[in-house]
Design a protein around this ligand. Structure first.
Ligand code: BYC
Length: 329
């Protein structure tokens, strides 16, 4: 049934001649902008791609709580602390919507968590960097959540219904996160020279890793072509990265901060910024598990899961007891 694939650069995309009748009908629905729902027929590779992307996304939200958790006890004011706590709780919620969306594809949450805890599943490279100062809370909200929004707004229109719908609420909450990050940066940039220096230092450290969040360059992105054909991806990694640079440079100028890129230059012809070469060896090193905090993040996550075992067991025991009572009634 599955005939030969056509090579387009690094990627393999199914062509019309290769498709079964079911597959051709599926592709026609996607091309017509119709959402795919959990009980609809779908090619196995579509299901697998979505499980991969949605679960990586869920893991990113959950692990993404850890760098910020580092600053809850040291937030400078009560208001900053409660806002940070609310943001971190939002990330937990995002993880839960996303695990639920992945479960609609026939995989269990336990399987996904096992893969994360065994170090087999990926999560976003960005969360393997340390949060060294309070200004990092500002930089994460501004740059990391800012990048997440740019990447996730198009996902609200992706072809898989449960993923697209989960993204609508996630994006609304991410907008609040980005605003709170920029607000921290603004307070620091308008503060004492030491505070402004802290803000600049955070920008220096988070700028390049934030650009890496969008994934490898289009020429290196193995999954992009097929994900684009299936309308899981509506824009390429490089297109979204460019959008992030163009959006963020004026925001940095407004703060009076300098983007740490000597090659950054407005390109009149293109109407956007040229920027310097990303250090892809650093990106690949982080993906291999060798970033500054990979081991610590995984250790903390596994410990949190193990520490919560008694609570999960208690919930199951309670649910079993309720079900037994109901059955006996
Ligand atoms: N980090 O062929 P490509 C958040 C992997 S949560 C790690 O372009 P694709 C937030 C990629 O998975 C942010 N791995 O892949 C939370 C693939 O590996 P596999 C998370 C990366 O999937 C809390 C390989 O590299 N956002 O914002 O077409 C607090 C080749 O890449 C990364 C999402 O997950 C990376 N940065 O495109 C604050 C959004 N980049 O699986 C904020 C949804 C690439 O083949 N995901 N890889 O072994 C996506 O949009 C896409 O999956 C990506 C990658 C654009 C990330």
């Amino acid at each position: 049934m599955y005939a030969q694939m056509v090579e387009t650069g690094l990627k393999k995309v199914r062509t019309e001649e290769d498709m079964s009748l079911d597959e051709a009908a599926f592709q026609a629905r996607i091309d017509a902008g119709i959402k795919i729902e959990p009980k609809d027929w779908m090619p196995e590779a579509y299901r697998k791609t979505l499980i991969r992307q949605i679960s990586q996304h869920a893991h990113s939200e959950i692990v993404g709580q850890l760098p910020e958790g580092n600053w809850v006890t040291r937030a400078p004011t009560l208001q900053r602390k409660s806002v940070l706590l609310a943001k971190i709780q939002d990330e937990a919620g995002h993880g839960l919507y996303l695990y639920s969306a992945a479960e609609t594809l026939g995989v269990s949450r336990d399987e996904l968590l096992q893969a994360l805890h065994a170090g087999k599943a990926k999560y976003s490279s960005i969360f393997n960097y340390p949060t060294l100062s309070w200004a990092d809370m500002g930089a994460i909200g501004w740059l990391v959540d800012g990048s997440a929004i740019i990447n996730q707004i198009p996902l609200c229109r992706c072809s898989y219904g449960p993923y697209a719908r989960a993204m609508v609420r996630v994006c609304k909450e991410e907008s609040f996160h980005a605003r709170q990050g920029y607000d921290i940066m603004m307070a620091l940039a308008r503060g004492t020279p030491e505070q402004k220096a802290m803000a600049q230092d955070a920008l220096n450290r988070w700028w390049w890793p934030s650009l890496m969040m969008f994934g490898p360059s289009d020429a290196e992105s193995v999954n992009s072509a097929q994900s684009t054909a299936w309308r899981i991806k509506l824009f390429s990694n490089d297109e979204l990265r460019q959008r992030m640079v163009d959006q963020t440079v004026p925001q940095a100028e407004y703060l009076g901060l300098t983007i740490p890129d000597p090659d950054l230059k407005w390109n009149e012809e293109r109407g956007s910024y040229d920027f310097g070469e990303i250090d892809w060896s650093e990106f690949h090193n982080v993906l291999k598990g060798n970033g500054p905090c990979n081991r610590e993040r995984l250790r903390t996550r596994v410990k949190a899961y193990e520490d919560g075992e008694w609570f999960r067991d208690a919930l199951v025991a309670h649910a079993d007891k309720q079900a037994a009572r109901k059955a006996a009634a």
